[in-house]
Design a protein around this ligand. Structure first.
Ligand SMILES: Nc1ncnc2c1ncn2[C@@H]1O[C@H](COP(=O)(O)OP(=O)(O)OP(=O)(O)O)[C@@H](O)[C@H]1O
Length: 234
């Protein structure tokens, strides 16, 4: 399998604050990977570095094998890596449909079109003409996922997509993530909910203090879950 995303010995900063220290990871085409770790270890900063929102001052970020000297959100999206951000960031003065169509701005062709997204999330079609921020939290998360898919990505980075959502919605999203991955789209799932990790991811990467410190297959046995829990316990 070819690597869609590779970070090699990345050093990333916010101003003078040095957050990522020689961080290396890769995600191959079609993979389902979870990125876990305690609050504040730098998981969102990995995403922000790929988008250019944290400063890359050492190491390399490669998307589709090509090194990106100055990461930017549109560069990642054009090359097939798209983010469902923490907090969803639905645009307040646009309708559900307008928010969805924003995701298609890269012009990348592929299986995901608005009608296909509406098949995945029928509630978004029912509410297509209401303001995006009038949706419930779970529906806004569905919209954020649909908007990301509209760019026909090879890899979706999901930053704590189930934070604050009811268990029944989390179950629905787990099914959706698996359906998306079954279609061949790779996932990097940043998540504290380890039962969701076990349902979706096949491989995990564990972070501590700004670096990846462990990785391996996700094992849903009690012993395997205990091993994962040690990386997120406070
Ligand atoms: N804009 C910023 N400027 C300076 N420091 C920041 C900024 N954003 C985050 N940090 C710091 O960077 C570190 C890593 O934060 P990050 O959000 O990447 O962690 P995280 O693992 O995603 O945690 P969480 O699970 O709480 O989202 C933290 O110490 C945080 O306080």
């Amino acid at each position: 399998m070819s690597a869609l995303l590779t970070l090699n010995e990345v050093e990333a900063f916010y101003g003078a604050a040095h957050i990522l220290h020689r961080l290396s990871l890769h995600v191959d085409a079609g993979e389902r990977v979870a990125l876990i770790g305690r609050n504040g270890v730098g998981k969102t900063t990995v995403v922000n570095t790929i988008l250019g929102l944290a400063q890359l001052r050492g190491g390399t970020v490669r998307i589709g094998g090509e090194a990106i000297a100055r990461p930017r959100p549109y560069i990642a999206a054009q090359r097939g890596v798209v983010v469902v951000p923490q907090g969803r960031r639905i645009v307040a003065n646009l309708t559900v449909e307008e928010n969805l169509l924003l995701g298609g701005a890269t012009g990348r062709k592929g299986p995901w079109t608005a009608p296909e997204i509406y098949k995945l999330f029928p509630i978004l079609q029912e509410r297509a003409h209401t303001p995006g921020t009038a949706l419930s939290g779970g529906q806004q998360q569905m919209l954020a996922v649909g908007r990301a898919l509209m760019s026909n990505p090879g890899l979706v980075l999901l930053d704590e997509p189930t934070e604050g959502l009811a268990p029944v919605i989390v179950d629905q999203l787990a099914d959706i993530f698996n359906r998306v991955a079954d279609q061949g789209t790779a996932l990097l799932l940043i998540e504290q909910n380890l039962s969701l990790v076990a349902r979706v991811a096949h491989r995990y990467l564990a972070m501590a203090k700004g670096a990846v410190v462990a990785d391996g297959p996700v094992d849903a046995s009690p012993e395997g879950m205990q091993a994962l829990a040690e990386h997120v316990a406070v």
